[in-house]
Ligand binder design. Structure first.
Ligand code: SF4
Length: 307
């Protein structure tokens, strides 16, 4: 099947040899680790990073914000569909939307800065304009967010990534030469910055689960919702119950593993199992040894430009 102009453009960007893949944490539903690292590098990504470090940093910022004002009601803004839905339909709730960008945006801002530092390019908090980031995620809403944020160069879905892999296979295009680190068990490793506990971020309620909020909120002050059809009721409940201080919403069933453009046809429970199995595999194989420290993020802008 011929590639779309958008995917042709991705291949051109990859051929420039300065492209970083930001791989969504829902990837285990559709792609096997560690083969995915090899395949992404083979088609030309120079670095392949997960979003777990950005997720951890977002959690820290959320925690700080809630701690500063525990009387206010807050809404997590990691899902762009939820953000647009609320800003368009419920402007009265707009001030509850947390003004912190999503893991995709933060990680993109960070890697441009991080690789600028590690490769010795002059500092000054500037981003590296000739480094491009491509976000690979199951949903189309992230394409809009990537464009509006201005910080992520391209965003493609898992289905589109598979089309690129198929294109390489069908046309016998050889993989490029590449190198990768290996984990303690000998698997191909991602490039840096692990924080294993946030590998569950695409699942319903995972932000609340990993936020370590117990010193500022009690469990009955936290509300979790998935599927856009349930969001109206959740917002209504929040409005009528000032005791609710944090709403963790995702618009797809089961979270980001439930977008219809995901390749897998497996039921939600199977998808959840795959995400958790990958997290457990990484924990066991000490992939967390390259943990991202908070200070690495110094100078990275956390503002959410899509609100
Ligand atoms: S919940 Fe669905 S729409 Fe929202 S970010 Fe995740 S996959 Fe995209």
């Amino acid at each position: 099947m011929p590639l779309t102009p958008e995917l042709e453009n991705i291949i051109n960007i990859l051929n420039e040899g300065k492209t970083i893949c930001l791989l969504a944490p829902s990837f285990p539903v559709d792609f096997a680790y560690p083969q995915i690292v090899i395949d992404l590098k083979g088609i030309g990504f120079t670095k392949v990073v997960e979003l777990t470090y950005a997720a951890k940093m977002i959690n820290m910022h959320y925690h700080e914000l809630i701690k500063k004002d525990p009387t206010k009601q807050w809404i997590c803004t990691n899902c762009p569909t939820v953000v647009k839905y609320i800003t368009n339909k419920y402007p009265q709730h707009k001030d509850k939307l947390i003004d912190i960008a999503s893991p995709m945006v933060i990680m993109s801002r960070f890697v441009k800065k991080a690789y600028e530092q590690s490769e010795g390019v002059p500092q000054g908090g500037k981003y590296w304009p000739d480094r491009k980031t491509v976000f690979v995620w199951p949903c189309l809403a992230k394409k809009m967010e990537a464009k509006e944020s201005g910080d992520v160069d391209e965003a493609i879905t898992f289905k589109e990534l598979q089309q690129i892999f198929d294109h390489y296979k069908e046309n016998n295009i050889p993989y490029k030469e590449f190198s990768f680190d290996v984990t303690e068990s000998g698997d191909a490793d991602f490039d840096k910055f692990y924080n294993d506990y946030t590998k569950v971020f695409p699942l319903t309620g995972a932000v609340a689960d990993t936020l370590h909020y117990r010193d500022v909120l009690s469990p009955d002050q936290v509300l979790v919702v998935d599927e856009i059809k349930h969001l109206d009721a959740a917002l209504d409940y929040m409005e009528k119950n000032p005791n609710i201080k944090f709403l963790d919403p995702l618009s797809c069933p089961g979270g980001c593993i439930g977008w219809p453009w995901i390749i897998s046809l497996a039921p939600t429970e199977e998808r959840v199992k795959k995400i958790k199995a990958y997290r457990d595999h990484c924990k066991k194989n000490k992939m967390g040894s390259k943990e991202g420290k908070a200070e690495y993020m110094d100078g990275v802008d956390f503002d959410n430009k899509i609100i």
